[in-house]
Write a protein that binds this ligand. Structure first.
Ligand code: AMP
Length: 410
């Protein structure tokens, strides 16, 4: 099906062509007509599936065809979990919007005053992270009473950010009749709890082949001793000629330290994590996008939403905590149908965790070893019996309670 099927304005069609989008992605094919019909939508979509354009294109079409007189009022509010995703979505809107319509992005880590001034000047679309938005709502500096479109992007991630508690406050600021569009890679019960409070009539959309994006990614698992992962990574980058490589680390410190080490070895390497201020984050990201940095050591803040073309390889130096995070991390490569490679390092300790990731994601991967970096040593034996209480000694009260319970059972 071509884009012309959707009856979008000729200006939008032209911009789509300039972007080299030849045909709608599967999620766009399903979501765009529903948004144009003014339906609420709850879509299951991975990053990389083209989900941003699935809501941006129809919203722009509707807003541009129905312009209001006078100072611009906020007609669309888009919430995303990260600053990077917010500015990416705002940039995409800016590209597709006619010049007369304005978009403002509202994120933490940048000057609050400038964002409030931009809002006060009048804008049609606000793309925001929830914390900063609530700060501005709290100051009474934003009027959301004319919102027609409420978009929740990466709804599952919002949960981790304590969004469920903030949601009711936000819903109170918007009109009851509005169009709600929700996107999430997964819909666990906790997410369904709050999506149902946003809309009870949302149509569920998922694409037949959910593996569509992940399917174009070659996944490898390499067994290696933990302290040999750095040398193995250097070997792989050089011998297998990885281009842009995104390496996921378990902590900010680890990301910082290994980037320093790699620079000493002559690699163009940088660290990317939340201790950097926004300016540093943007700067580093642009270096990586422009291929001036080849190896980016990142914590999970980089796993969501970042749309960087041409990441040829994602490395799980440290495994992600959850299967969801695994899918999100590897989704950074193989964007929009391009081929990608994802490599995970495992050792005796982490192999059990990786088995769990495989089981939950319905995949089974072969284990590899690279000559000269073979995994040595034995699997540590498990200690039988109950695990010790972590960080908590039983209090006097706990002991009394246990005693009372025992007596009751007798
Ligand atoms: P997203 O899932 O929204 O983060 O989009 C992933 C990438 O796919 C972005 O670089 C988009 O510019 C690109 N993209 C979105 N829709 C299409 C399309 N129909 N054809 C080709 N690329 C697309």
């Amino acid at each position: 099906m071509p884009f012309s099927h959707f009856n979008l304005s000729s200006s939008l069609q032209h911009k789509i062509k300039l972007k080299n989008f030849t045909k709608p992605s599967p999620i766009q094919e399903k979501v765009i007509p529903l948004v144009l019909e003014r339906k609420d939508v709850m879509a299951k979509a991975q990053t990389g599936s083209g989900k941003s354009a699935a809501f941006i294109l129809p919203i722009v079409n509707i807003l541009a065809n129905d312009e209001k007189e006078g100072k611009a009022k906020i007609r669309a509010l888009i919430l995303t979990p990260t600053r990077e995703l917010t500015s990416q979505v705002a940039q995409d809107f800016e590209y597709f919007l006619p010049k007369r319509l304005k978009v403002v992005s509202v994120v933490g880590g940048e000057q609050l005053g400038a964002q409030m001034i931009a809002i006060q000047k009048g804008c049609d679309i606000v793309v925001a992270t929830s914390g900063r938005l609530l700060e501005i709502i709290d100051k009474g500096q934003i009027n959301l009473s004319r919102v027609e479109f409420f978009v929740l992007d990466e709804a599952d991630k919002m949960l981790d950010l304590g969004f469920a508690q903030e949601l009711s406050l936000l819903l109170k600021s918007m009109p009851l009749t509005r169009q709600n569009l929700m996107f999430s890679a997964t819909y666990p019960p906790k997410v369904l709890n709050y999506t149902s409070s946003i809309s009870s009539t949302a149509l569920e959309v998922s694409i037949e082949n959910e593996e569509a994006t992940v399917g174009s990614i070659r996944q490898r698992v390499i067994k290696v001793n933990s302290d040999n992962r750095g040398p193995l990574l250097r070997y792989l980058i050089e011998n297998e000629k990885y281009e842009q490589t995104l390496v996921f680390m378990g902590s900010k410190r680890a990301a910082h330290n290994i980037a320093t080490k790699f620079r000493k070895y002559g690699f163009k390497a940088e660290a990317f994590h939340s201790d950097l201020d926004q300016e540093e984050r943007n700067f580093t990201l642009n270096l990586f996008k422009d291929k001036k940095v080849k190896v980016l050591f990142a914590t999970d803040i980089a796993a969501r939403g970042l749309d960087i073309d041409n990441i040829s390889c994602v490395i799980n130096f440290d495994l992600p905590r959850s299967p969801n995070d695994y899918i999100h991390r590897i989704g950074r490569t193989g964007r929009a149908g391009a081929k990608g490679l994802a490599v995970s390092f495992i050792d005796h300790v982490s192999q059990e965790h990786f088995k769990l990731i495989e089981k939950r994601s319905g995949i089974k991967l072969e284990r590899e070893e690279i000559e000269g970096f073979e995994l040595t040593g034995d699997t540590p034996t498990k200690i039988k019996g109950p695990a010790p209480l972590k960080g908590k000694k039983k209090s006097k009260k706990d002991k009394l309670r246990e005693e009372a319970l025992k007596n009751k059972e007798k």
